[in-house]
Design a protein around this ligand. Structure first.
Ligand code: TXE
Length: 494
């Protein structure tokens, strides 16, 4: 019996007994078999979450008590870090060491929110009247659907689960159907830590089957989603009827600007990492290189050489530097994207095809690819490939660099390299993206907000705002010396 759905404090099989095999992107072997929920299971999970929220079983806990719970989950995650990383590596095909870094980030996320929950969030407002006490208080938002992607499966879910718990929400988590194992492991720890029954629920299955109730049921107060733009738009449409609150992280097409006065060696090295880390399956990947014309040839030549040297390999290949793409359909999508780029005039300098290494024959390996001579009218510059594909554009002036960096519907992140700190600061300020790195690319910390401008999303995760997404704000006005308002005349019984 496969019972990997967690509903109302119990591990259950799907109501129709349905299961789903998870395949390794490295060699297509079956790495796990998990339950595949039905819509009836989703409705049961929503019912459990709603009942637990409305009962007050968790909302009655203080922030400090819920913080202690989240800190305990962090301890348990730390205890099981290697085992969870192995599951995540199996599901995603990423190297074990990378998966271990990711789970360490999950622990840090839980610790951040546990600490944040201890801060005083409520405040008094001076309304200018001695007899009035005015207080702003924060309350749990309600029942939330938490839907995650496959690229950083547990981390993206942790950014939602940890603040939801600290806030006192009840929730239904749905990881990507491609990478469910680490979410199952997390739910076991949430249970072990002593979370009240019905607060945390886990649903597994494809969005096309289990997604609809999660995003449209009237009992769900908010959907927090990380994934593709199209799915985000579907979720927004579903939110209209009940004016449901949303938190969306929808990816990006992130400019990485290198000025001629940059520390070129460091910039090149970071540009390679920014574009090809996790084979480009990173929402903040620096896949749009925007380089000053005078250094274009030098920078691109070096990046092409470095890209051609990147070693691909599976989870246990100790020489590997990055892994496969997540699925066959994603590999096909990336291949078509590159073909389209070449057809619209880009120059293919390296990669542009599947790995021909026999060791990769059964996996979804795509070579690191550089497309030169690109411009903002091109599909390959405007659309996200979510694969190892760097496009190159050139600029002459600072204003041109800024204009190029902002010529996108997305706004998640960007980078700027220059030794002129005033210029770098001007560019950082002018770029309309949620995170800007100056002379760096990629690092983040759970203490700092993360999220997008424009079509990269709505709201922020992490930082302090990342908790605020799961809280309602209430103003309580108390008149300590009641008197008549005197607005309307009292004319007696006339
Ligand atoms: O995402 P989907 P996919 C981008 C990236 C990628 C593209 C598509 O460009 O190529 O999105 O990836 C669930 N109702 N990012 O197809 O489909 C789904 O089951 C409710 C960016 O994998 O959006 C999964 O759990 N849920 C990104 C989650 O949504 C639905 C990370 C994401 O899947 C649903 C991943 C529905 N109707 C991809 N349809 C980032 N921002 O980091 C699907 N889902």
């Amino acid at each position: 019996m496969v019972a990997t759905l967690y509903i109302d404090g119990a591990w259950r099989q799907a109501s129709d007994g349905g299961v789903h095999d998870v395949h390794s992107p490295h060699d297509q072997s079956v790495v796990a078999t998990v339950s595949q929920a039905t819509q009836a299971d989703v409705l049961a999970a929503i019912t459990a979450a709603r009942a637990s929220f409305d009962s007050g079983v968790f909302t009655s806990w203080s922030f400090a008590e819920r913080s202690a719970l989240v800190a305990k989950i962090a301890d348990l995650l730390e205890r099981d870090l290697k085992a969870i990383a192995k599951k995540e590596s199996d599901d995603t095909g990423k190297r074990i060491i990378e998966a271990e870094y990711d789970i360490a980030d999950v622990v840090a996320t839980f610790r951040h929110f546990a600490a944040l929950g201890l801060k005083q969030h409520d405040r008094s407002v001076d309304v200018g009247l001695d007899h009035v006490t005015s207080k702003i208080v924060h309350e749990p938002l309600g029942v939330v659907s938490l839907i995650g992607p496959w690229n950083y499966p547990l981390l993206q879910i942790a950014w939602k689960v940890a603040p939801a718990l600290v806030a006192g929400c009840s929730f239904i988590v749905k990881p990507s159907e491609l990478t469910p194992q680490s979410a199952i492991a997390l739910m076991h720890l949430i249970e072990e830590a002593g979370t009240p029954k019905g607060v945390a629920n886990l649903i597994l299955g494809p969005g096309s089957v289990v997604g609809t109730p999660l995003i449209s049921d009237s009992r769900v107060d908010m959907v927090s989603f990380t994934g593709g733009l199209n799915t985000g738009q579907t979720i927004m449409k579903a939110a209209v009827e009940h004016v449901r609150r949303l938190a969306l992280e929808l990816g990006g097409k992130n400019p990485h600007i290198i000025f001629a006065d940059a520390d070129i060696d460091a910039a090149i090295d970071n540009a390679v990492t920014a574009a090809f880390l996790h084979s480009g399956q990173v929402c903040s990947a620096g896949t749009r290189l925007i380089v000053q014309r005078s250094i274009h040839d030098k920078v691109v030549k070096s990046i092409v050489r470095r890209a051609g040297q990147i070693r691909l390999g599976g989870p246990s290949d100790l020489t590997a530097e990055t892994g496969p793409l997540i699925s066959k359909s994603h590999l096909e999508g990336v291949s078509k994207y590159v073909e389209k780029g070449v057809a619209e005039g880009a120059t293919l300098l390296v990669g542009g095809k599947r790995s021909e290494d026999p060791a990769h024959a059964n996996g979804w390996y795509y070579l690191p690819t550089v497309l030169d001579n690109c411009n903002t009218k091109m599909f390959c510059v405007q659309e996200e490939s979510f694969g190892p594909v760097m496009t190159v554009e050139v600029f002459d002036t600072e204003q041109e660099a800024i204009a190029l960096g902002n010529d996108t519907v997305f706004g998640l992140s960007g980078g700027v390299w220059s030794t002129d700190s005033a210029k770098a600061a001007r560019v950082a300020s002018a770029l309309r993206h949620g995170t800007i790195w100056v002379n760096d690319f990629g690092p983040y910390r759970p203490q700092a907000e993360w999220g997008g401008y424009k079509q990269s999303g709505i709201g922020r995760e992490l930082g302090e705002h990342g908790l605020g997404e799961y809280l309602e704000i209430k103003h309580i006005w108390t008149n300590n010396s009641p008197s008549k308002s005197g607005w309307f005349s009292d004319r007696g019984d006339e």
